[in-house]
Design a protein around this ligand. Structure first.
Ligand code: C2E
Ligand code: CA
Ligand code: CA
Length: 864
């Protein structure tokens, strides 16, 4: 499965898991709370029933006590009534005697009274109740209402509770009295103090757990007023009620509720609730813990899968496969491998643990044997890393690395990787090829050449044989490159390479040495004429026309020959000597061959010596400056001069051309140019001042200063800009410099122009015939090379050429200076063509500072 898809699936699955866990948690909480509610309801109901039972028990106890107390006291009153009925004429004393005997039983009665014909006639205890004697019920409305209902024999009525005259609250029991002959006598009455009654019944006890209310004032039952306790008990449906008979016709109703309410099971309920909350919490924790476990497990598993997929994909990109091989009896088996391995080894993906032989048979025999021994060694503990070409016929290369899993006894299992390195191999081969072959011509480059020459030297030395080195430099290659473009130049070089190759034997080597230089090794030359004839063949072959883009191009070759062991016995010596010989050919007119000679060696050694002397020359003040006048051809007056350097070593002047090229090679030239510029500018400036005769200074500069890596250019520009403040200066540059067309050169030239310095092209007409730079660069002056001037009057071509140069320069608004004028004839012709300035031995040789000053002086005197 692709990695991106797998990642997406993983997050979907994990989300699902998370949601599922949340659902389970919610479900668990709901279940737990439902269970809790059911249990709570059950507990509440059980508790309620229990309380009802308790209340009923207490209430019935109270009721029976009350009933017992009331009835036993009223029974005493009934006894009194019966006694009076038997004895209607009872005296106060008899009454007292009877009542006191009752009172001795300590009833709840406050007093006892008897009313004959409803007028209180007897009372006990008399003393405290004297005031009641003689009270006529009929006349007392309140009493009468209670009494008039009493008419039946033996009827007993309880009235009240009501407040008593003597204080306190009481219920009053009244019983009718009939005589033996059934005549109404009157009534007896006795109040019972309610407080005492309630107390005796246990109603006022502190430990009573129920709250009680009583109604039924005057024995009127549920219709009577509430006279004890909280009246709302009767309106509350949950209250337990009992009825109590008072007297023969009346009743009271009692209602009760638990003192602490019906809901008193709260302690248990709270315990239950807390337990269930804890239970719910615990279950939620367990569920989320399990979910975490699941999640982690799943995550882990999928990360593993992802990693595996990643590895698989990476292995596909890197073309690397992984495998494990386990040794079996005399053979090995693949116990693990991935897709990439299967692909590289050509294993069947569905095959079960294939034998390594299945893979090995795909290789050539030597490779298969090599790989088999690598694996065998690895099972004995030796790591291997090898590169194999699958078969000689294919160019497929693979790299196999194997490492023993050394955690058991040998033979070990081997873990390894396999990589298709065909591309890399191709690439390294290419790089290797590039390192030793020239990209353009496909010929060996200098590195491979040196190597081969070294080997050839060793071989020749051993076999006592000779070899020759041919150093070939193309003549007139540069103009082809400059005029027809680089691709034409490249084509020419390739073609030259081919032509040279065709001139030599298979066993010889031709290499491209640099630019337009080729070099050849001719092995085993038995005679001197062999390198000669081959050189001549090469020259002839290269001299034939080349056709490039329909252009006919002519080229030549200068060949220097050195021979082993005669001219040197090392690579360096042979090449350098062949190079010198080639140089000699160039000097003596090109397109030919030349053997290296001892005389050349002398020149070379001299140059070498000179090079060393040059190092100390500046420091030793061996340089001086000479000045060659430049004459205005319209009036023959000296207007300018060219500063030229001279080197005098040990009293001997060294030819300028010789040391200038050496100084350029070694980089000393910049120092020399600075010296000349400084010396000349100072001299000419003071000269101009002394004679009030302004002379322009023309100065040479080496192209090297423009490509210098140090600050040589800055130093030179600084001196130049300072000097330009005092005089007119011209800087002479060569065409060679402009061909490069670098931005840096353009920058310097523009800067020079800004300083008011004129720019002259020196030796104009030699080498490069492209004139485009004349308009591209800020040029002011053209100096016609002396080689043209010298031929004036001798050959017709230079005449026409010079005339054209002058006309062209004037058209481009350039001044023109002719160099190397030696004869009047030359001067006359140049004047005829309107050449602006002339310089040469005809006027003056380069003069020392003193001589130049005298020359100016003389001119001025002559003029006067
Ligand atoms: P150049 O710049 O073309 O200088 C003119 C050369 O022609 C000078 O040679 C001069 O002596 C020579 N000459 C002048 N008139 C005649 C004549 O009528 N007939 C003949 N046959 N030769 C004439 P010199 O001084 O030997 O300098 C050779 C070259 O060395 C110069 O060629 C210039 O390229 C280089 N050079 C000289 N001085 C310096 C210098 O200070 N710095 C640099 N970088 N190069 C210099
Ligand atoms: Ca010059
Ligand atoms: Ca010149």
């Amino acid at each position: 499965m692709p990695l991106a898809k797998m990642t997406q699936n993983l997050s979907i699955e994990l989300n699902l898991l998370r949601r599922r866990a949340a659902y389970i948690c919610v479900l668990v909480i709901i279940l737990v709370f439902t269970a809790e509610l059911i249990l709570e309801k059950y507990f509440k109901e059980a508790d309620y029933q229990n309380k009802q039972l308790q209340v009923t028990q207490q209430l019935t106890g109270l009721t029976s006590k009350l009933s017992g107390l009331i009835n036993s006291n009223l029974f005493l009153l009934s006894g009194l009534s019966a006694h009076i009925g038997m004895k209607p004429d009872i005296t106060q004393a008899e009454f007292e005697a009877y009542a006191s005997s009752i009172f001795r039983q300590e009833p709840l009665l406050v007093n006892m009274a008897a009313a004959r014909d409803l007028v209180i006639t007897h009372i006990y205890p008399l003393k405290q109740n004297l005031a009641a004697l003689g009270l006529n019920y009929r006349l007392t409305e309140k009493q009468w209402n209670a009494v008039k209902i009493l008419d039946t024999r033996g009827e007993m009525v309880v009235a009240g509770p009501l407040d008593m005259v003597q204080g306190g609250e009481a219920i009053i029991g009244r019983v009718t009295v009939f005589t033996a002959d059934d005549k109404f006598w009157g009534i007896t009455s006795a109040p019972i103090l309610t407080r005492k009654l309630y107390q005796a019944a246990g109603l006022l006890q502190d430990n009573l757990t129920i709250e009680v209310a009583i109604r039924g004032k005057d024995g009127r039952g549920i219709n009577g007023e509430v006279f004890y306790g909280n009246a709302t008990l009767f309106t509350d449906q949950r209250s337990i009620t009992t009825t109590l008979d008072v007297g023969t016709t009346g009743s009271w109703q009692l209602a009760a509720q638990p003192r602490d309410g019906w809901q008193d099971a709260s302690g248990t309920i709270w315990l239950l609730r807390i337990s269930f909350i804890i239970l719910a919490l615990l279950l939620t924790i367990i569920v989320s813990y399990r979910y975490r476990q699941f999640y982690n497990e799943k995550n882990f598993r999928q990360t593993l899968q992802k990693n595996q997929a990643l590895l698989e994909e990476v292995s596909k990109i890197a073309l690397v496969g992984g495998w494990q091989i386990t040794p079996e009896k005399r053979t090995f088996r693949f116990t693990l491998w991935n897709e990439q391995t299967a692909k590289i080894f050509g294993l069947q993906t569905d095959s079960q643990h294939p034998l390594t032989e299945e893979v090995l048979c795909q290789f050539d025999k030597p490779q298969a044997n090599h790989l088999r021994s690598c694996i065998t060694n690895a099972t004995l503990g030796h790591t291997f890393d090898t590169e194999l070409q699958v078969s000689a016929k294919s160019d497929r290369w693979i790299r196999i690395i194997g490492k023993p899993i050394a955690n058991t006894e040998p033979p070990f299992s081997v873990l390894g990787s396999v990589q298709d390195i065909t591309e890399r191999k191709r690439f390294t081969d290419k790089i290797q090829h590039q390192a030793i072959y020239d990209q353009l011509t496909g010929l060996p480059n200098r590195l491979l050449f040196n190597n081969r020459l070294k080997k050839s030297i060793v071989k020749c030395r051993r076999e006592n044989k000779k070899l020759a080195v041919l150093f070939i430099d193309l003549d007139h290659f540069k103009p082809v490159n400059d005029n027809l473009g680089h691709s034409a130049g490249d084509f020419l070089l390739k073609e030259v390479g081919n032509r040279i190759r065709n001139c030599i034997r298979e066993s010889d080597t031709v290499a491209r040495y640099s630019g337009d230089e080729f070099i050849v090794i001719l092995n085993d030359i038995k005679e001197t004429k062999i390198p000669v004839s081959i050189s001549q063949n090469i020259i002839d072959s290269i001299s034939k026309t080349f056709t490039i883009n329909k252009n006919k191009v002519y080229c030549g070759a200068s060949i220097g020959i050195s021979v082993f062991p005669d001219d040197g016995d090392s690579v360096e010596e042979l090449v350098s000597n062949a190079d010198q010989a080639m140089y000699e050919v160039k000097r003596s007119g090109r397109n030919g061959w030349q053997f290296f000679t001892k005389a050349m060696q002398v020149v070379s050694e001299k140059r070498h010596l000179l090079r060393n002397k040059l190092v100390t020359a500046v420091h030793n003040n061996e340089f001086s400056v000479v000045y060659q006048p430049i004459v205005d051809l319209t009036d023959n007056k000296i207007k300018k001069c060219e500063a030229l350097v001279r080197w005098q070593h040990n009293g001997q002047f060294i030819p300028t051309d010789e040391f200038i090229s050496l100084a350029e090679e070694t980089g000393r030239i910049n120092e020399i140019d600075r010296f000349v510029l400084k010396t000349a500018s100072e001299h000419i400036s003071s000269l101009s001042k002394t004679y009030s005769y302004p002379i322009e200074l023309s100065i040479n500069v080496s192209p090297r200063v423009f490509s210098s890596k140090d600050n040589a250019l800055d130093q030179w520009l600084t001196i130049l800009s300072r000097a330009s403040e005092h005089m007119a200066i011209t800087v002479e540059i060569t065409e060679r410099l402009l061909i490069e067309e670098s931005d840096r050169i353009m920058w310097v030239l523009t800067k020079l122009k800004a300083l008011g310095i004129a720019i002259a092209i020196d030796d104009f007409g030699t080498g490069y015939s492209s004139l485009s730079y004349l308009t591209k660069f800020p040029i002011d002056i053209i100096k016609i090379d002396q080689s043209f001037v010298r031929k004036l009057g001798e050959e017709p071509v230079p005449e026409a050429l010079i005339e054209t140069m002058i006309t062209l320069s004037h058209k481009l608004d350039l001044e023109i200076v002719a160099e190397g004028i030696e004869t009047l004839e030359q001067l006359t012709m140049l004047k005829k063509w309107n050449c602006d300035y002339g310089q040469g031995y005809y006027f003056d040789k380069p003069l020392s500072a003193v001589d130049f000053e005298q020359r100016i002086h003389r001119t001025l005197v002559d003029d006067q």
